[in-house]
Design a protein around this ligand. Structure first.
Ligand code: PRP
Length: 191
């Protein structure tokens, strides 16, 4: 049984052509980001809003490194189209539970790619009149940007490669990998 599990896990990493960021690199960088975020939000009692599903791992690791008083909320959004080609349209599957008027909001994302998802969410949330709204993304792929948006907190600026792991998926798989890797193009060649 244990042997089978190991075999299955290894088959996920076999689909990677390269490990882009190791578990340790990610952990260290999140520690630095958490320090910066804790300093800025020290007396602001921010609401951290995780944009699911991709950001669930980052959110969990980030909040445990923050030494501030904060609350959490979650939105589930999904872009239409396939994983490697987004159409730009965004669907809100689950909205916020908390009223954000006059509150300091930090949006937590796994990746800023075209920027269409975050610019859409930002526009919607700004109509609810938060005291402030900032963006924290673990990964930034500036080469792919089509929307005019930047994040205040960026973990890593990365090249335009199809990546998976640490919350990021291909066809809902690979989210549980603790590292971030480049997916072998053969895996999505027929899409
Ligand atoms: C991914 C990611 C971001 C978005 C970034 O989500 O989590 O939310 O794409 O892309 P963009 O900058 O081009 O808009 P996805 O819609 O794939 O859903 P998921 O989080 O459930 O994987």
């Amino acid at each position: 049984m244990a042997e089978n599990k190991r075999k299955n896990y290894k088959s996920l990493t076999d689909d990677l052509t390269e490990i882009l960021l190791t578990e340790q690199q990610i952990d260290e960088r999140i520690g630095e980001m958490a320090e910066e975020i804790s300093e800025y939000y020290e007396d602001k009692q921010p609401i951290l809003v995780s944009i699911l599903k991709g950001s669930f791992v980052f959110m969990a690791d980030l909040v445990r490194k923050l030494n501030i008083d904060c609350t959490l909320d979650f939105m589930i959004v999904s872009s239409y189209g396939t994983k490697s080609k987004s159409t730009g349209a965004v669907k809100i599957i689950k909205d916020l539970d908390i009223d954000i008027e006059n509150k300091h909001i930090l949006l937590v994302e796994d990746i800023l790619d075209s920027g269409l998802t975050l610019s859409y969410i930002k526009r919607i949330l700004e109509t609810k009149k938060p005291a402030s709204l900032r963006i924290c993304t673990l990964l930034d792929k500036p080469d792919r940007r089509t929307a005019n948006i930047t994040a205040e907190y960026v973990g890593f600026t990365i090249p335009d490669k199809f990546i998976v792991g640490y919350g990021l998926d291909y066809a809902e798989r690979y989210r549980n990998l603790p590292m971030i890797g480049i997916l072998n193009p053969e895996i999505y060649a027929d899409e």
